[in-house]
Write a protein that binds this ligand. Structure first.
Ligand SMILES: [Zn+2]
Length: 134
C-alpha cells in the first residue's frame, strides 16, 4: 500500500489530471479484480454481522419512501405491462397442472365443510357456511 501511494505521488508530478484519474481508475479496477474474493468475503461477513441493522435500515427506508416506491412500482408496471402479462401467461402455462391441482385440492373450511380450494372463497359466502358457524 505504501509503495502504491509513493508511485501515485511520483506520477502526479508529470501527469495531467485526466491521466491521473485514468491511472487511479485503472488502479482501483485492478485492486478490485485481484481482491475480488476477499472483497466478496468481506461484504458477506459485513452483511452477516450487520444483518439486523441492515434489515432495520431497509425497513426504515421503505417506510420513509413508501409513496415514492409505490409510485415507482406503478410506473414500472405501467411501462412493462405487456412483458409482465406475458410472464404471467408463461408462468400459468408452464404451471398449469400444479395450479389446477392446487385449485381442486380439498381443504377443510372453518365450519367443518370440505370444499375445494377454488370454491373456498365462494363457499364462505353461502348460507350453509354461515349457518354452520352459528
Ligand atoms: Zn365453511
Amino acid at each position: 500500500m505504501r509503495e502504491m501511494k509513493a508511485s501515485i505521488n511520483n506520477h502526479r508530478a508529470y501527469t495531467s489530471p485526466q491521466e491521473k484519474r485514468e491511472y487511479d481508475r485503472q488502479y482501483h479496477k485492478e485492486y478490485r479484480e485481484s481482491n475480488r474474493e476477499e472483497l466478496q468475503k468481506y461484504i458477506k461477513e459485513y452483511f452477516q454481522a450487520n444483518k439486523e441493522q441492515i434489515t432495520e435500515y431497509k425497513k426504515d427506508y421503505q417506510q420513509a419512501n413508501k409513496e415514492a416506491i409505490s409510485e415507482k412500482q406503478k410506473e414500472y408496471r405501467q411501462s412493462n405491462k405487456e412483458a409482465i402479462s406475458e410472464k404471467q401467461k408463461e408462468y400459468r402455462q408452464s404451471n398449469k397442472e400444479a395450479i389446477s391441482k392446487q385449485k381442486s385440492e380439498p381443504v377443510e373450511c372453518d365450519c367443518g365443510c370440505i370444499v375445494s380450494n377454488q370454491n373456498l372463497a365462494q363457499h364462505k359466502k353461502t348460507k350453509k357456511h354461515l349457518n354452520n358457524l352459528k
